[in-house]
Write a protein that binds this ligand. Structure first.
Ligand code: UD1
Ligand code: CA
Length: 474
């Protein structure tokens, strides 16, 4: 039977106390719903239907995937009601897998077992908990067959001692599910149509119900409030940190790393504490990342060391480079191999050729820097005239003295030297020394002034700036 998936995502999530719809709350940098949609897609179903309602437009805008079928549930009357809204859109003869937009960590293997088409028509996902308080308990007969679900408030003491509970996720042939749902009544405390009631209806009708037991409580965790959101974040962090370590990375502390994107590592990569990864990050063999760094959409070549407190965004860093401490690589920064970028150096939309160095207090924006160039401390490419951005070109093996202002557009030729403190407004020829500063003089007759008396001081100020005014008077 072909498989279709419906994801329930219409609820407001009152317990979040947030203006953001619950399914858009961020987990590892992506909306909760994104995790569920991606998990659904890995099953390669024929169609994915998302039932949405609260914050409908925002939810749709946050997941612009063209292949999702959006079903509007204008009034949220319960999980059973939500599935009913989607059923007319599910192609005839399909098996339907129901996922919750707020249960984001279900594993692929578990979903595959739940969506399985062999055996019982109705398959429910259960989990064994040490402290099953608040959940419906799974009732089985002596042969182990599921007989029903008993809600905690209706359970006997003996039933309450059962540790296998209902997660709410299930799968069944769409038509059968529709028939059971048509019988569900909203005669409960919340006045809602509960999807979970189909289990009792199926069992009462003599239908075999298969219980698929989740591998861990973590994968069926529902995220209803900020505390559970933080718990899910920690669980996902542990999972992703484990995967990195399995790939060979050494983490100073797997609890102090944030993996909000996809990180690929070579061999013997070292990552210190409090490093945040976002987007797509690739770290080559033996790369080391110091403490407190942020890397977003970055690739780093083999043997490169990124030192403490550096921020790298949309940048490409070659092999054998040194970056930081306190370096900032902004979008379009491209460091070739063996480049050094040191403390308080900002690089934006600029390329630094092999072996070039900018070690201290520098801004390089819209610059093409050749090979083995030395950029002295405090150098600034003045790339912005208030209206336009202009490029700077620096040739191979040029030496830029400290404190140089390179007023773009401007070119410094190969092997040129710029004297410290120069403001360069015209091209500096290759191979020559270019200086733009005033000649140094020494004044032999100069003496330090004597300390002025208060009266003398007041007189001098009045002389220079006009007579002192009384406050409030013009
Ligand atoms: C639900 C289950 C409960 C299970 C728990 C596990 C029911 C009745 N209860 O409870 O047995 O233990 O999940 O996490 O199913 N939604 C809609 N439309 C609605 C109502 C809800 O789309 O009218 C969506 C919500 O956005 C959410 C999901 O369905 O993504 C679950 O709803 P929620 O209100 O969180 O149910 P729980 O009380 O957690
Ligand atoms: Ca929930």
């Amino acid at each position: 039977m072909p498989l279709s998936v419906v994801i329930l995502a219409a609820g407001q999530g009152r317990r979040m106390n947030s203006d953001l719809p619950k399914v858009l709350q961020p987990l590892a940098g992506a909306p909760l719903l994104r995790h569920v949609v991606d998990a659904a897609r890995r099953l390669e179903p024929a169609s994915i239907h998302v039932v949405h309602g609260h914050g409908a437009e925002r939810v749709r805008a946050a997941l612009p995937d063209p292949d999702l079928d959006w079903v509007l549930q204008a009034e949220q009357r319960g999980t059973g009601h939500a599935v009913l809204q989607a059923l007319p859109r599910v192609p005839a003869g399909h098996r339907l897998l129901v996922l919750y937009g707020d249960v984001p960590l279900v594993g692929d293997e578990t979903l595959r077992r739940l969506a399985d088409d062999e055996g019982a028509a109705l398959r429910i996902l259960t989990v064994v908990l040490d402290a099953p308080r608040g959940y419906g308990r799974i009732l089985r007969d002596p042969a182990g067959r599921v007989r029903g679900i008993v809600e905690e408030r209706d359970a006997t003491a003996e039933q309450r001692a059962l540790c296998e509970v209902n997660t709410g996720l299930l799968s069944a042939p769409a038509e059968r599910l529709g028939a059971w749902l048509a019988q569900v009544r909203a005669d409960n405390a919340q006045g809602e149509y509960y999807l979970t009631d189909v289990v009792a209806l199926a069992a009462a009708g003599g239908e075999a119900v298969a219980a698929v037991v989740a591998q861990s409580p973590v994968e069926v965790m529902g995220v209803n409030d900020k505390i559970q959101l933080a718990e899910a974040e920690a669980a996902l962090r542990r999972q992703r940190a484990r995967a990195l370590m399995e790939a060979g990375a050494t983490l100073a502390d797997p609890a102090r790393i944030d993996l909000r994107g996809e990180v690929r590592v070579g061999r013997d990569v070292q990552i210190d504490v409090n490093v945040v990864f976002e987007g797509q990050v690739t770290l080559g063999d033996r790369v080391s990342i110091g403490p407190n760094c942020l890397l977003r959409d970055v690739s780093v070549g083999a043997n490169t060391r990124v030192y403490a407190n550096s921020v790298l965004e949309e940048a490409i860093v070659g092999a054998d480079c040194r970056v930081g401490p306190f370096a900032r690589l902004r979008p379009g920064a491209h460091l070739r191999d063996q480049v050094h970028v040191g403390n308080f150096v900002e690089v934006k939309n600029s390329e630094l050729g092999e072996g070039s160095k900018a070690n201290h207090l520098t801004y390089l924006g819209d610059a093409r820097v050749g090979r083995e160039v030395n950029v002295g401390a405090g150098t600034i490419t003045c790339n912005y005239d208030g209206q336009n951005k202009w490029p700077t070109e620096i040739g191979d093996r040029a030496f830029i003295g400290s404190g140089a202002m390179l007023v773009a557009p401007v070119r410094v030729g190969a092997e040129a030297t710029i004297g410290a403190g120069s403001t360069v407004t015209a091209n500096a020829p290759a191979g020559q020394l270019t200086l733009t500063r005033a000649k140094q003089i020494s004044v032999e007759s100069w003496r330090r002034p004597d300390k002025a008396t208060p009266d003398a001081k007041a007189a001098r100020i009045a002389d220079a700036l006009g007579s002192p005014r009384e406050p409030g008077k013009k």
